[in-house]
Design a protein around this ligand. Structure first.
Ligand code: INI
Length: 155
């Protein structure tokens, strides 16, 4: 059973961190272009920025609980060379994003890069390794459509 990639009926939230905005702006551009390509209406897309990847889960939680979106795309980048607490920031961001999805039932997709250096990050943000923001946006549309199938019809 494969869910559709038709986004025309969907409302999608996108949360992007500002830390390393050279990279996260490209992830955001990729995600928005993909949502548009899949037919998600512009009025169904909400974009919010947070300071860093560490703040993604709490913003995703509020948006997922708001009832305003069918899925949340989380975008960020944590670069090992830039912090001694790389592991903590990356792990907590990723763990927290999944926890939001599992506690709310709203799919929260992972467009958080964890790389050794800036070059690797740029490769994955529209460079030679594709755009992980676009991939996370596509996953959000697919998961929102999949979960819709199992929603009880309104009484
Ligand atoms: N935030 C990131 O998104 N990426 C990083 O690489 C990073 N580094 O290197 O520290 C980072 N730190 C900030 C963190 O996400 C929080 O915004 C900050 O600690 C305030 O809570």
């Amino acid at each position: 059973m494969e869910a559709s990639l038709d986004g025309r009926q969907l409302r999608i939230g996108v949360i992007a961190s500002r830390f390393n905005s050279l990279v996260t702006d490209r992830l955001l551009d990729g995600a928005l272009a993909e949502l548009s390509r899949l037919g998600v209406p512009a009025e169904g897309i909400q974009v919010a920025r947070v300071p860093g990847a560490f703040e993604l889960p709490v913003a995703a939680l509020a948006l997922a609980r708001s009832g305003q979106v069918d899925a949340v795309v989380c975008l960020g980048v944590v670069i090992r060379g830039e912090t001694a607490h790389f592991e903590y920031v990356a792990q907590e961001a990723i763990r927290g994003i999944q926890e939001v999805a599992l506690t709310t039932g709203i799919p929260c997709t992972l467009g958080v890069l964890t790389t050794e250096n800036l070059e690797q990050a740029l490769d994955r943000a529209g460079g030679k390794a594709g755009n992980k923001g676009a991939e996370a946006a596509q996953a959000a549309v697919e998961m929102a459509n999949l979960l819709r199938r199992w929603q009880a019809p309104p009484a």
